[in-house]
Design a protein around this ligand. Structure first.
Ligand code: ZN
Ligand code: ZN
Length: 345
């Protein structure tokens, strides 16, 4: 017979004066404390319901109905609460394509060109709507730097993980959950001659792009991916707007944000929020036009994420008193930091 483990002590009074006390239902050895009479099984797993607790009262819930993309749970306290709620099924709803981006810390190692040349190139490409060829040409004219358009494209890929990484520094500072409206929309882009949907979520108050999702489909699953991702990062605003007739969003809104108002923008012809997304779409399309499509899903995903990075964090907006959307949303960085693309603070 095994003796009582030496390092075992009573969880209540920390006494080491213990008895063995039979086994629990799962066959785990139980002990009893001689001093305070507490009984417990050290190896027993703590009880945890596989269902989420009720968001209203915190009590346990039961599965009421299972759907393809979400489950409907109901509160077990049927007398006092009886709350019914929906939870997205992460097995069925993939993360947004923005979650595929790699993150790395910034380094200039093995770079043949100085940092300010790289900065200039990236700003020209993402804010100046230049093509890689035009950027290469301008660098030669202004700085006597001779690089090919392929090199500029490689700089984008090389610095993307560091640029995405720095935005994480500001994640905690950004607050868009007390915003009045988030606006959902999508636009089209071409990858290797095939059309893709770029799903977008924008906060109308700060004009910040909250997240994006690049997908070949215009389906309910993509809407769930985008809305769930925004919610898990930023909470929920007062109102949701959809600028599209497509019912894909409706299901996701109704299930994931049942207490929030969701409106179709067509019902509000001269809505401010509509102008916000139109303004972004106009700028994005002007940039996209110079690209004439993307070469691969991965490069489209990275370049669009970079475009959004420049839009959110670097480009000051006239309508925001020359601040960036991220600054208006609460991110604190100096002008010097902004001009170094947040890489050097
Ligand atoms: Zn005890
Ligand atoms: Zn409840």
């Amino acid at each position: 017979m095994k003796s009582i483990p030496l390092n075992l002590s009573c969880p209540r009074c920390f006494s080491k004066n213990l008895y063995k006390f039979g086994k629990d239902k799962e066959g785990n050895q139980k002990f009893q404390c001689k001093s305070c009479k507490r009984q417990w099984a050290p190896d027993a797993k703590p009880f945890k319901s596989k269902y989420p607790s009720c968001p209203k009262c915190g009590k346990t819930s039961f599965l009421h109905h299972d759907y393809k993309l979400y489950s409907n749970f109901r509160c077990n306290d049927r007398k006092n609460c009886n709350h019914s709620f929906f939870v997205v099924k992460l097995v069925e709803v993939p993360p947004t394509s923005s979650k595929d981006l790699k993150l790395e810390s910034f380094t200039m190692k093995r770079m043949r060109h100085p940092f300010h040349i790289v900065l200039t190139a990236l700003v020209q490409y993402f804010i100046g709507n230049s093509t890689f060829r035009k950027v290469a040409e301008t660098l030669y004219l202004t700085n006597q730097v001779k690089v090919s358009h392929v090199t500029i494209s490689k700089w984008c890929k090389r610095f993307a993980p560091a640029l995405f990484n720095v935005t994480n520094r500001y994640k905690d500072q950004i607050n868009v959950s007390d915003s009045d409206e988030w606006h959902f929309d999508e636009t089209y882009i071409k990858i290797k001659g095939k059309w893709y949907y770029l799903w977008l979520a924008i906060d109308s108050e700060t004009r910040m792009i909250l997240d994006f999702h690049l997908s070949p489909y215009r389906d309910a699953t993509s809407a769930f991916s985008l809305i769930h991702s925004c919610q898990s990062q930023y909470g929920t605003p007062q109102t949701m707007f959809v600028s599209d007739r497509y019912p894909a969003y409706r299901q996701a809104f109704e299930k994931l944000l049942p207490e929030k108002i969701h409106l179709r923008v067509e019902d509000f012809a001269d809505n401010i929020s509509n102008n916000v997304i139109e303004a972004f779409n106009g700028q994005f399309k002007a940039w996209y036009k110079t690209k004439r499509g993307f070469q691969s899903f991965e490069s489209a995903n990275t370049l669009i994420a970079l475009y959004i990075f420049f839009y959110n964090f670097i480009r000051p907006h006239q309508s925001l008193s020359k601040f960036t959307p991220a600054q208006v949303a609460g991110a604190k960085y100096s002008e010097k930091t902004r001009l170094s693309l947040l890489l050097i603070s």
